[in-house]
Design a protein around this ligand. Structure first.
Ligand code: IVH
Length: 697
């Protein structure tokens, strides 16, 4: 229906209402998707949008390109059109360490001295802005008189693809510039930003893809790229894409408008005022060393960010100087990427071997063509479980993506399907335990296969290594290799056998001389005096970590009393603070096992039977941390026990795993990815040690 055929005049009050609704909805959208600070409920938002839709369907002539009803349109008939960028979309040079960054500044100094304005420009060198280098895709958003008219990919830097319809569907892309905080919007503005998918959303998307039997993405970057390059913007709209903007690539002032910002720092502020999402961790420095320190601090802090970064970018703040410095190839001289150690690489999966965990879980391990990732050589990686292998369709002979992050065990994220030759072999799960031959089982609700044999020899090395580890009996000098030697020589068949070792036994082993043997025997002897809670940890009861072990030790005072109570009723255990139904069930099963009783008797005969006065359940009812539950991940400034004791003294509680009841996740150095991810999923706030201390003030 065109205007000419139906000259229905739009009543002025309806037109005004539509304009007001548009402005209001765009503002709420901005508050929700850019500021993360909505002021109305989703239902109220939908009501406004529905009202606008109703008006627009009656009077289509009221539809404007920046109307929030226009976020999702029809797919283009044939692929994406090409777009020539107003200015080349440059890349960035890389620095891989601190020395590279200093060398970058040295080069700038020389360049300025030789080619530019000496003193004045030299002074401007010591003014930097540091921003996160988001691992996403460059996009260029263009606005004419404040209205979003075009969105493009970077392409080859000169010509990109027109993905306007898809970017429109990304909620943090402003459809119209905000006018409230500027005197006038520019007549023409092109902004550069990075589109990406937050990690938690990426994981949720993969979960949903899996459930629907659709293909999963290897990383958030691929997921974002795949989502933006959908021909159908309806699909893009359903993907949780985000945007952060950091540069102006084209600018023409509006009538009586503001001039283009002259520094990077002002640019970020200006973009923010216009309604663009801008990183809130960008910072300004007047000293390169401080800028470098800020960058390196993110090597560890990056795990706590909601999105992936592959480094930080250091930019000269003075944009005019940056412009005059020009570029080398595609890299501007005035900025540099401080790249973090890589976390993934591709290599060939040569084979799969099986190890068995402490609790009998079967773990398929990848045997890889060795590959360097972030400074170490990786030849083995976990494949998690056989369901995961099947879902990702990982085959022997595949080129695979291997990832490692912090102290997380390297894992195979997925195959590079495009690199297949046809000679790859499908991986089939085993049906019997390769160590004891027993039929493998699957526990309700779990993906792993288990060997049900509690005494399976395949578990022994893990069980012993765990028993002697620093959080348990803390027996120094018993590394994995020696444990393997002891088992191999038939000297230990369970943890109690450690206490029967004699010097002659050890001297018979490779690389064992008198002194080393004596030291080890002393350490074993000393471990008999470890407190009960450490022995309980060391026994490796499923689901029982340090915190639960401590609660059990406090309550029962001896192994005998624990076994007695646990075998009788798991319910009694549940009354203990820090012991839930899962732990109680597991301890009860453990206590009932014949092999458990035999082992405990053997330990007692060897003199391992720590005791303490049993205590009834009582916590510190007040104290500044009362009522709060904490979980710790990573290394803190003091041993974990000391931190736990401190929190408890302040009235707080510490548990082993993140749940909806967790008040805070305390994040130390090299934190574990699974706890961080869980906290993100459940919106549990993450804090550092300093913030923890502040909470108790
Ligand atoms: S500045 C001339 N800033 O990193 C401006 N780039 O490896 C050059 N990137 O292609 C880019 N976050 O896609 C800049 N805060 C940021 C960035 C950033 C991510 C990407 C960008 C660029 C790539 C270079």
């Amino acid at each position: 229906m065109s205007k000419n055929e139906t000259p229905t005049a739009v009543p002025p009050d309806v037109a005004a209402r539509a304009a007001r609704l548009r402005a209001e909805i765009n503002e709420h959208n901005y508050r929700y998707h850019v500021l993360d600070a909505p002021v109305i409920s989703d239902a109220e938002f939908d009501a406004l949008l529905n009202e606008l839709r109703a008006i627009e369907s009656q009077y289509p002539e009221l539809i404007t390109p920046d109307s929030p009803t226009q976020r999702v349109g029809a797919p283009p008939a044939e692929g994406f059109a090409k777009v020539r960028h107003a200015q080349p979309i440059l890349s960035l040079g890389n620095a891989f360490d601190v020395a590279d960054v200093r060398a970058w500044r040295d080069r700038l100094v020389r360049y300025v001295q030789q080619n530019l304005d000496g003193e004045d420009d030299l002074r401007k060198l010591d003014d930097y802005v540091v921003e996160p280098k988001i691992d996403g895709l460059t996009v260029v958003l263009t606005y004419a008189d404040g209205i979003f008219v075009q969105g493009a990919t970077r392409g080859d830097g000169l010509v990109g693809e027109d993905i306007t319809a898809n970017l429109r569907a990304v909620r943090s892309v402003p459809l119209a510039l905000r006018r409230t905080d500027v005197s006038a919007v520019p007549a023409r503005l092109s902004v550069r930003g990075e589109a990406f998918m937050p990690i938690a959303d990426f994981e949720q998307l993969n979960e949903a893809q899996r459930a629907a039997g659709e293909r999963t993405f290897a990383n958030p970057r691929n997921a974002a790229a795949g989502s933006l390059r959908q021909l159908d913007p309806n699909l893009t709209a359903r993907r949780p894409l985000r945007l952060l903007c950091y540069a102006i690539v084209d600018f023409a002032p509006g009538v009586a408008g503001e001039a283009m910002p002259r520094t990077q720092w002002e640019t970020l502020g200006y973009l923010r005022r216009l309604g663009f999402p801008v990183s809130d961790i960008a910072q300004r420095f007047d000293d390169l060393e401080a800028a470098i320190a800020y960058c390196t601090s993110y090597i560890e802090k990056r795990d706590a960010l909601p999105f992936e970064i592959d480094g930080m970018v250091i930019k000269l703040n003075d944009l005019d100087l940056a412009q005059r410095l020009g570029y080398v190839g595609k890299d501007p001289r005035g900025a540099i990427a401080f790249k973090f150690p890589a976390r993934e690489a591709t290599t060939i999966l040569k084979d799969v071997n099986i190890t068995i965990g402490r609790t009998g879980n079967i773990v398929p391990n990848a045997v890889l063509e060795p590959v360097h990732i972030g400074g170490i050589t990786v030849a083995n990686a976990t494949l998690h479980n056989y369901d995961d292998i099947a879902r990702k369709d990982i085959r022997i002979g595949d080129r695979v993506i291997v990832k490692r992050a912090g102290d997380v065990i390297p894992y195979v994220a997925g195959p590079v399907v495009a690199a297949r030759t046809g000679r790859e072999r499908v991986i089939t799960p085993p049906t019997e335990c390769p160590f004891c031959g027993m039929s493998l089982v699957r526990r309700e609700g779990e993906v792993a296969l288990y060997c049900p044999n509690a005494d399976c020899p395949g578990r022994l090395d893990r069980a012993i290594s765990h028993f002697v580890s620093s959080g348990a009996m803390d027996i120094e000098g018993l590394g994995e290799k020696i444990v393997a030697q002891l088992i191999e020589a038939g000297l230990v068949a369970d943890v109690a056998d450690l206490y029967a070792l004699k010097k002659e036994d050890l001297l018979g082993l490779e690389r064992f001389a008198e002194r080393k043997a004596q030291k080890l025997l002393d350490a074993i002897e000393a471990s008999k005096r470890q407190p009960l809670e450490r022995l309980i940890v060391g026994l490796g009861i499923r689901h029982v970590g340090e915190v639960a072990a401590r609660a059990l030790a406090d309550r029962f005072g001896s192994l005998d009393a624990l076994i007695e109570a646990a075998a009788e009723s798991p319910e009694a255990l549940q009354a203990i603070e820090g012991v839930g139904p899962v732990i109680a069930q597991s301890v009860s099963e453990w206590a009932k096992r014949e092999s458990t009783r035999a082992l405990i008797a053997k330990l007692k005969r060897a003199g391992v039977d720590p005791r303490q006065a049993p205590r009834s359940a009582a916590g510190q009812a007040d104290g500044p941390l009362a009522g709060r539950t904490f979980v710790i991940t990573g290394t803190l400034s003091q041993p974990r026990e000391a931190i736990v004791a401190w929190i408890e003294a302040q009235g707080g509680k510490v548990t082993d795993s993140v749940s909806k009841n967790t008040s805070y996740l305390i994040v130390g150095d090299a934190p574990g990815a699974s706890k961080i991810n869980k906290a993100r999923q459940l919106n549990v706030p993450m804090i550092g040690e300093e913030e923890l201390r502040n909470l108790a003030r």
